[in-house]
Design a protein around this ligand. Structure first.
Ligand code: IVH
Length: 659
């Protein structure tokens, strides 16, 4: 295809995607792909100016207006924003401005992922709410927007007042809504933004009212009450509008970029979705001079976060069996680039998930990889089906050992309950040797599998017999003397581990790394844990009844007691060697960390608090004792204040640690 043909093809494609996104609230490609195609089209249009087409998506900001709502012409066009995707592009954008104006102030805001809305007030009364529409003309959705509690219905202002912002659906409302739709057998919304847009487009305003929508307000066109963007927001706040309180004024693009990087690490902790950071020239005078293009202001730019979603094809679905026997379905994907890595597999979680989302082999799907989270299949795109897709039949036997698999009534997962299942044994041993457990470097799943298949190990204890099997090991394919020495050394070193490592390694149900530490610190010696009753265990802070029962059951099993005895014979340490939990202002307190801390990573702060006997929780409630906040803290801090929970800044936290 030559470049011109591609240009025409892209114009057509992007019109279709625009329609699916804006009019149907049902996108068939991820935003990142849209952005990439949009840029490609822009570049081609620049190459062939003679092909100018005013109806191209690059020439106007919006989409077709649905006919059910009254159309309203905007006083001033409602524009979109240009995007940048890298530090270099951001710097370039700023340089052009700073070359003329020198160092200037920028307002830096979260880019809320919702739908743009224009609110109009007259004589202090809420007159109208209008969607962006095609940028010139939008839909009058006043009756729906009126149902949003945080939007003022009257303001102390006697002139006409126009304010623009974003209606969004908080993540919590989105989860509730989709769970209800699943129950009713209705198709789920793809994401909170589509759900918000779909809710605002309802003709019956009771529906919008029930959807838990909210709004942030971020732009007052030509505000006569202010001389800068930031001041106009403060004024709007005084009038009663919700302004996102993370908005700040900064001068230096490098500082802004550092801030962007920080926000990327905390965006998933926010109660609403953001897809970037908006940077706006703060001074109205400079804004006026810079002006607008037909689509976007020249005084603002959106820095879009790196994509977390991509579309690809499911080539196959297969089951893996974990150490507990849990059978997890996985998708083998046509490889796709996401967040800097190539993704070839994604989890499908369980049978219900596959059925509810109607995910089939050969389906085109959206995969998501957010931060360090395992990639998952978010949804399938039914529109892309060509008849070759077949629904997946969840197996009823373990793919590894062939035993029948079971599903507990209380759980969505299937389990292989055959204690001889190779997958369970191999995964169990690899877990025993893993970093948080006995920390034996060189005994990962692949190596354990090789040893197991060659009859060298079949249990945890067998690890400590490997030293006597040197010749057999060295006879294995690709096994070098050096690797053998390193392995034996790691095994020897593991014998000295503090007790919590052993307890975690045993893989007792419900006993994760944290519970293992609590048990070890409390009982100090394995014998005390083995002999503890359910009552003794339940009395410990943070050990619930189910965990207590699971521990008692584990040590009631003769095989397990014999295993511990063997460990003793092999010379494994059986005592807790950590320090006593020190009394501190945080002992027995429930703490929540929020925002980005500058002196600790989240994990460090959590470890520190736990070592002081605190419990670290992820959500704020009346039972929270302290909320420790860093920079760019959002809703958790607000909620703490609302609930009267004590809040502690990072500086105060450091002082308290010192005392
Ligand atoms: S300013 C003339 N600020 O992002 C300036 N827009 O992709 C108008 N958005 O159309 C927009 N958060 O719907 C602005 N803090 C923010 C925003 C924001 C989200 C949306 C808005 C805009 C779209 C562009």
């Amino acid at each position: 295809m030559d470049k011109k043909e591609r240009l025409f093809e892209l114009r057509k494609l992007l019109k279709q995607y625009n329609y699916e996104y804006h009019t149907l609230d049902k996108p068939t490609i991820p935003d990142s792909e849209y952005d990439a195609l949009f840029r490609e089209l822009k570049d081609l249009e620049a190459m062939f100016p003679e092909e100018y087409d005013p109806t191209s998506v690059t020439e106007h900001a919006g989409y077709e207006v649905l006919s059910e709502f009254k159309k309203v012409r905007h006083d001033k066009p409602m524009l979109s924003l240009d995007n940048v995707f890298s530090y270099a592009e951001l710097k370039d954008w700023a340089k052009k401005i700073e070359d003329v104006y020198g160092a200037i102030d920028y307002a830096v805001e979260y880019k809320i992922d919702g739908l743009a809305m224009n609110l109009i007030y007259e004589d202090g009364k809420f007159l109208r709410a209008v969607t962006r529409g095609n940028g010139i003309e939008g839909e009058d959705v006043t009756s729906n927007v009126k149902t949003i509690a945080s939007i003022p219905k009257a303001i102390p202002y006697q002139y006409r007042y126009e304010i623009r912002g974003e209606i969004y659906m908080p993540k919590a409302s989105f989860e509730t809504l989709n769970a209800a739709r699943r129950q009713e057998g209705l198709e789920e919304f793809a994401n909170p933004r589509n759900a918000a847009a779909g809710s605002i487009r309802q003709l019956d305003s009771r529906i919008a009212a029930s959807r838990g929508l909210d709004g942030f307000w971020y732009y007052v066109p030509d505000d006569i009450n202010a001389s800068s963007h930031y001041d106009s927001l403060l004024y709007a706040k005084k009038l009663g509008f919700t302004i996102n309180d993370t908005t700040r004024v900064m001068k230096d693009i490098d500082e802004i970029y550092t801030y962007i990087e920080k926000v990327i690490t905390i965006r998933h902790d926010l109660p609403y979705e953001i897809d970037g950071i908006v940077i706006k020239v703060n001074d109205y005078r400079i804004q006026k001079e810079l002006g607008f293009t037909s689509r976007v202001p020249k005084w603002a730019i959106a820095y879009k976060f790196p994509p977390e979603e991509a579309s690809t094809i499911i080539e196959d679905i297969f089951i893996t069996v974990g150490r507990t026997g849990k059978c997890t379905p996985n998708a083998k994907l046509k490889s796709v680039k996401l967040q800097g890595s190539t993704v070839s597999y994604a989890t499908l979680h369980n049978e219900d998930n596959i059925r509810d989302k109607d995910i089939r082999i050969n389906d085109t799907v959206i995969v998501r990889k957010a931060g360090d989270i395992i990639p998952e299949v978010v949804r399938s795109i039914k529109e892309k089906r060509d008849g070759s897709q077949v629904p997946y039949e969840f197996p009823n036997v373990c793919p590894v050992c062939g035993a029948k698999i079971y599903r507990l009534a209380s759980e969505a997962a299937h389990y292989c309950i055959n204690s001889e299942c190779k997958a369970k044994i191999v995964e169990g041993i690899a877990h025993f040797a893993s970093r948080g457990a006995m920390n034996i470097d060189g005994l990962g799943v692949k190596r354990v599998q090789q040893f197991y298949e060659n009859g060298l190990i079949a249990s945890f204890e067998d690890i400590y017999t490997l030293q006597a099997k040197k010749d057999l090991i060295l006879a294995l394919d690709k096994f070098k003397e050096k690797s053998y020495q390193n392995l034996i050394e790691a095994i020897e070193n593991s014998k000295a581990n503090s007790l919590e490592h052993l307890i975690f390694g045993l893989g007792i149900r419900q006993v994760g790394e944290k519970a293992a530490k609590i048990l070890a610190a409390h009982f100090r010696h394995i014998d005390n844990i083995m002999n503890a009753t359910k009552e003794d265990l339940s009395m410990i802070n943070d050990i619930g009844d189910i965990t207590a029962e699971s521990i008692v059951d584990f040590f009631a099993d003769e095989h397990n007691r014999a295993m511990i005895n063997n460990f003793k014979l092999y010379g494994l340490n059986m005592t807790y060697q950590g320090s006593e939990i020190k009394e501190s202002p945080f002992t027995n307190k429930t703490c929540v960390l929020t925002g980005s801390l500058s002196h600790f990573t989240r994990a460090e702060a959590t470890d520190l608090l736990e070592s002081l006997g605190a419990k670290v929780s992820s959500s704020v409630s009346k039972r929270t004792d302290y909320v420790i906040y860093g920079e760019a803290a959002g809703s958790k801090l607000t909620k703490a204040k609302e609930l009267g929970v004590k809040t502690i800044s990072e500086e105060e936290f450091k002082e308290m640690l010192g005392s």
